[in-house]
Design a protein around this ligand. Structure first.
Ligand code: FES
Length: 137
């Protein structure tokens, strides 16, 4: 198991469980590449209150499997793709540590491994702590 992250501000790790690797035959959802990556990460982060693991059925990056997202209150949200199910688990775990250590969620470029540099799909600015729009009536 990995060293647990601080729990003051848990990092949400979203993993697409329905991603299929390129050329992967159609198979039950629980056998897909995304599900395999999710299962690895679930085992690796079990009991770590600093990580909130969430399985998601599609992050709309289907052509770049496997896909994960990192988010935390007050931080930038990142979406990464091109993560092979069988090898990306440790890479994702390292990225979470760097993300958790960054006050704004921006992982310094020089600390990013190639898979994280090349796999970035999008980053979104932090959501406001309180809604700034009038609620719909
Ligand atoms: S199926 Fe994984 S992003 Fe769409």
């Amino acid at each position: 198991m990995n060293e647990p992250l601080p729990i003051s501000q848990p990092t949400r790790l979203m993993v697409c469980t329905t991603c299929r690797a390129e050329g992967e035959p159609s198979q039950p959802a629980e056998a897909r590449a995304g599900a395999r990556l999710f299962n690895f990460l679930a085992a690796a982060t079990a009991g770590d209150a600093g990580i909130e693991l969430v399985g998601v059925e599609c992050l709309s990056v289907c052509k770049r499997p496997c896909t994960v997202g990192l988010a935390a209150p007050g931080k930038w949200t990142y979406i990464y793709g091109d993560l092979p199910a069988e090898t990306a688990g440790p890479i994702v775990l390292d990225a979470i540590k760097l993300y958790a250590a960054a006050p704004d969620g921006l992982i310094p470029w020089k600390l990013r491994v190639d898979a994280i540099k090349k796999g970035v799909v999008a980053r979104l600015p932090p959501a406001p702590a309180t809604p700034t729009l009038e609620p719909a009536r």
